[in-house]
Structure formats: C-alpha cells, structure tokens
Ligand binder design. Structure first.
Ligand code: FAD
Length: 284
C-alpha cells in the first residue's frame, strides 16, 4: 500500500560517542521506512550548535535528507556565524530548515536575547531567498509564553507572512485541540500545512516532566493509567503504543499532511506504531 502522507523523524544531537553510535544505528533502521527527512534539534550556544551541524552533515553523507533546527540569539550568535552555518547547509544539499526562537534563558540577568521565529524566517529569506523550505513550530495547546490563544495564532500567522512554508506542532494527546487549532488558524488566513508532532510514550516520569515544561496536556485518564503501571515498563510501552497508534489513525483519517515523530533517538517505539499503521521497511 502506498502512503499519501509525509513521514519524518526527529533526533537530538548525542553528547557521547556511544550516543553517536546508537544514533547512527537508529537512523539506519528508520531509513528503511523511507521517511521524507530526519530533523535534528538545536540547542542554544556554540557546542550544541556544532553538534547539530555534525549530525546534519553525517545524515547528508549517508545519502538521507536532513532538516536542521535553528535559532538565533543576540549574545550567543552573530549574524555572520549564522550565515556561514546556513551556507554550509546549502552546500551540503540541505533543502529545509526549522526556524525557532528556542527557549528563553532561565536566568533573568542573562544577556542572551533570542529573536522570535518570524524574525529568523525573515532573516533567512532576506539572505538566502527561496533556497530553503522553511518550517516553523506551532502549538495546538498554545505556547506556554503566549499572552492568549488568539495572540499565539496571530504570531503563527506572522511566521507565515515572513515566508514560512509549513509548521510542525508540539506533540499533543488531545486530538480535538489539534482540529480546533487548525480551524482557528484557517480562520486567521493560514493556509499552509501544519503537520502534527507525534510523541511515542515509553516513560511516564520523563513524559510528565517534559509535558509540564512545554505545555502539552496529558489527559487525566492517560496519566492515571500510566501511573498505575509504576515501573512496569512493558505495560507503559504497550499502553503507549495503543494510544498513540489510535491517535495517528484518527489523524490520518482526518487527512493530515504528514506525521513527524519525536523519536528521542530510539527506533523501536516509532517502528511499533508505524507498523500498526501499515508502514514498514520497503514501503513508501
Ligand atoms: P516563537 O514563534 O518566537 O514564539 C514564542 C512565543 O512568543 C509564543 O508565545 C508566541 O505567541 C510569542 N511570539 C512569537 N513571535 C512574537 C513576536 N514577534 N513578538 C512578540 N511575541 C511573539 N527548542 C529548542 O531549543 N531546540 C529545538 O531544536 C526545538 N525544536 C522544536 C521543534 C518543534 C516541532 C517544536 C514544536 C518545538 C521545538 N522547540 C525546540 C521548542 C521551542 O524552541 C520553544 O517552544 C520556544 O519556547 C518557542 O519557539 P518558537 O519558535 O515557537 O517561538
């Protein structure tokens, strides 16, 4: 069966050699599912930025498409360094980027001043024209810093006005939040694809911590179920695979343009979900 939606996988740059070796294996395994691209997250500051670039270039060297995430903060970066990085990507055949603000510094005294994603999109368009397909982030349950629901939709619209081609969402478990968000975005004149981000569930403690930080709601019934499993990892994974497969099925039935998996550098959780959606090695 040929699928008519785009599949992509997200990685973070590993900090250790064993982590790098594991990521290479994960990438090789997931490449068999013929994804459109692998995206690589970006951390503020020099060393993580270099790690992102290295993973992107390795992915390109393996003959695969890579989408670097990118942010720009005065205090960390200068415009020339970012332009050099973008030129490196262009020469390596990178054709898409995810433009982000990134998180604000936790220290109020910090001199680091990230620019908003719409400004970064405008900067890239100014210096690189249409060389890159530009993706941005969207938040069906609304970004934690947003002044209001409508304000967040407004700023998403500004990212598109600045030249973004599409958006990828923060993960969510409540599908109604996503449909409502699409509806509100359409009412605000947004007509570009907004691909849902999918988070496989493998560990409740880290999921709860991460979700609290990024404003993704874990519905009470799911939290109760996951809590009940305690340290029983196999049951957490079995339940998580069921719930996320059903979420993906409903999204695909609703006609989403693609699914973007937050892999956390693990292949198996995404493979388990995708095989139940009828996507396995050798199919495209
Ligand atoms: P923005 O679009 O700038 O929005 C941030 C907040 O400011 C929102 O509340 C918005 O309503 C408001 N706003 C937007 N524009 C303006 C403006 N011009 N003036 C005033 N207010 C404005 N983080 C990382 O550090 N590295 C990553 O690799 C990474 N990858 C991600 C991938 C995806 C798919 C998603 C959904 C998120 C990712 N994040 C990543 C998290 C992201 O960086 C944070 O959520 C960050 O706090 C906001 O980034 P943004 O690009 O959405 O910011």
């Amino acid at each position: 069966m040929t699928k008519d939606w785009l599949l992509s996988f997200e990685f973070f740059p590993p900090k250790t050699q064993p982590g790098a070796e594991k990521l290479a294996r994960t990438r090789e395994t997931l490449a068999r599912l013929a994804p459109e691209y692998f995206s690589v997250t970006y951390g503020a500051g020099g060393s993580t930025r270099d790690n992102t670039r290295d993973v992107v270039l390795e992915t390109r060297a393996a003959g695969l498409d890579a989408m670097p995430h990118l942010s720009f903060a005065f205090g960390d970066d200068d415009a020339n360094a970012i332009k050099t990085l973008l030129e490196t990507y262009r020469q390596a055949g990178v054709s898409r980027l995810l433009a982000l603000r990134g998180d604000l510094p936790s220290d109020p005294e910090s001199t680091r001043k990230p620019i908003h994603a719409n400004e970064l999109v405008a900067f890239i368009r100014e210096h690189f024209g249409e060389q890159f397909n530009l993706q941005v982030a969207a938040y069906p349950e609304i970004h934690p810093d947003a002044k209001s629901y409508q304000d967040d939709i407004h700023w998403l619209g500004e990212k598109f006005k600045a030249g973004a081609d599409g958006a990828i969402t923060q993960y969510f478990f409540n599908i109604d939040a996503y449909w409502y968000f699409l509806d509100q975005a359409a009412k605000a004149g947004i007509d570009k694809p907004i691909v849902p981000g999918i988070m496989p569930i493998t560990n409740f403690t880290s999921l709860a911590r991460f979700s609290a930080g990024c404003g993704a709601e874990i519905p009470r019934w799911m939290a109760k179920k996951l809590e009940q499993y305690g340290d029983d990892q196999a049951s957490i994974i079995a339940f998580g695979t069921d719930v996320i497969t059903q979420l993906c099925e409903r999204l695909l039935e609703g006609g989403v343009p693609g699914l973007h998996f937050y892999t956390m550098n693990q292949a198996q959780p995404s493979i388990d979900i995708l095989s139940r959606l009828g996507v396995s090695a050798g199919q495209s």
